[in-house]
Design a protein around this ligand. Structure first.
Ligand code: GLN
Length: 492
């Protein structure tokens, strides 16, 4: 049995019976990392020794739980990977940026506290586009990550390291962040499950901010049940985070087993099936919709008339918020500092050297959009259009229960193919920008391949109706085999 390729729920069954230990699981993942990481480059930082120490402690706890017949915490002894934008106490957290290359957080993000309390074991921090700005992980200031299905291609982004690590069995699950698609798009390109929760569902405390009105943390997993398990743990109110919503967390894991596909109304938005989609992607997504129909769902063509404005709206709001959030990096209190005896020169050089090209582009775009004289024409206008986009979804959800689409218009593109053309790069997020603007949840599940490259099927739901999209995703997954396919990585 290949231990590293197990899902969380299978691994837990074996742990529960005492057939394997957390040390076995952790060693299996570390061995897998030794074998494939030189090719994949998913991790910025690995904490192997610490992970093995934690695994031994988890094994002692497991023994006690088995002896006393008590319930072990949900992730006791399960290895995990965390995107490097999420603060991990005592473990370097760079956000993929040179400006934070030496930053060791003195505290854990709330999501980390929760995963630690659930017994998960940190293996390492995953590569990402700098400050989560990008769709290919090529904007990392350290190195590019390679797609496990084709090493010449990108894993998507910005949570590309997390998606590649899950796809390559270099972890049991990972966390990413999704501001405009950064969990779902890499999940789609790497053939794993990726979920963006509703805005406010998961605490952003300790998550390095990109665009605060859009950022959410989400799981990347090998199947839908594992996604439900992780969401169960990380969701919930956090008094330390002003936008976290005080609302009970439903039983997501229980919910997926109640099949409610019969008579489910599935909206198919015409604006998401456009000329720019690759044929293989469209065919696979249409086939996925037929699977839902065969399970008893009714499909209804719907209209989301402001869809075309999602991209320009996002690329005003996100850079505007980023320009404000990134003002704090000045080399004074923490992070990278360029040496100079003159304080202004130090600030200028720190930011000049510390930030990469894309981050500087966003700071300039955002500063421009917020500047006096342009604010009304750009930022305010974008906020109004954001409301219209949200209203499109509100109206659609009066008649349908979920909305489906491709996650990404294309499969994974070649490393280098789009890096010099920002607009082409931005188009990779065409179908994943409107949901964050509207605050609604969405999941991407594997639904096939084109030329050997994975394709993702996106299922969107009403705000705080994660249960429903998990249920539909699970029913789809149970009826198909795509999620079981694994990439073969040549490791000579
Ligand atoms: N690719 C989009 C961007 O570059 C979305 C990134 C994200 O979700 N963090 O902004």
């Amino acid at each position: 049995m290949e231990l590293a390729s197990l899902t969380i729920h299978r691994a837990r069954e074996f742990l529960q019976k005492g057939e394997i230990t957390s040390t076995d699981l952790t060693r299996a993942v570390l061995n897998r990392i030794d074998a494939v990481e030189p090719r994949v480059n998913a991790y910025i930082t690995l904490v192997a020794d610490r992970a093995l120490d934690h695994a031994r402690a988890a094994d002692a706890q497991w023994e006690k739980h088995r002896r006393e017949k008590t319930n072990a915490p949900a992730l006791l002894g399960i290895p995990m990977a965390i995107k490097d934008v999420i603060c991990t106490r005592g473990v370097t957290t760079t956000a993929g940026s040179k400006i934070l290359n030496n930053f060791v957080p003195p505290y854990d993000a709330t999501v980390m506290e929760k995963l630690n309390a659930a017994g998960a074991i940190l293996i390492g921090k995953t590569n990402q586009d700098e400050f989560a700005m990008g769709s290919s992980t090529e904007n990392s200031r350290f190195f590019s990550t390679h797609n496990p299905w084709d090493l010449a291609r990108v894993p998507g982004g910005s949570s590309g390291g997390s998606a590649a690590a899950v796809a390559a069995d270099e972890t049991f699950f990972a966390l990413g962040t999704d501001t405009g698609g950064s969990v779902r798009q890499p999940a789609s390109l790497c053939g794993v499950v990726g979920m963006r929760p509703s805005y406010g569902r998961v605490s952003r405390y300790g998550v390095i901010a990109f665009a605060s009105s859009l950022d959410q943390v989400g799981p990347l997993t090998k199947d839908v049940r594992d996604a439900a398990t992780i969401l169960q743990i990380i969701a919930g109110y956090d008094a330390r985070e002003a936008t976290s919503v005080n609302r009970a967390v439903p039983d997501y894991v229980g919910a997926i087993h109640e099949s409610r596909i019969k008579n489910l109304r599935v909206g198919v938005p015409k604006q998401y099936f456009i000329a720019g989609i690759e044929k293989g992607v469209e065919d696979a997504v249409r086939a996925a919709i037929r699977v839902l129909e065969n399970l008893g769902a009714t499909t209804i063509e719907i209209d989301l008339p402001h869809t075309d404005y999602a991209l320009p709206t996002y690329y005003l709001i996100a850079p505007a918020e980023a320009s404000a959030n990134l003002a704090r990096y000045d080399g004074v209190k923490y992070g990278y500092r360029a040496e100079s005896s003159d304080v202004w020169e130090m600030l200028r050089a720190t930011r000049g050297e510390g930030f990469g090209v894309e981050v500087k582009r966003r700071i300039m775009l955002g500063t421009y959009a917020l500047s006096a004289g342009y604010y009304d024409a750009y930022y305010l206008q974008a906020q109004k259009v954001r409301t219209l986009i949200k209203q499109d979804f509100d109206r659609a959800f009066e008649n349908v229960d979920v909305i489906v689409s491709p996650t990404s218009p294309t499969t994974a593109f070649k490393i280098g193919a789009r890096i010099d053309d920002p607009l082409q790069m931005y188009l990779a997020d065409l179908f994943t920008l409107a949901q964050p603007l509207a605050g609604i949840p969405a999941i991407s599940v594997p639904c096939g391949f084109a030329d050997g490259l994975p394709i993702g099927f996106q299922i969107m739901g009403r705000a705080f109706d994660e249960e429903n999209i998990l249920r539909v995703a699970y029913a789809y997954e149970q009826a198909t085999e795509w999620h079981k396919k694994k990439p073969v990585i040549s490791i000579q």
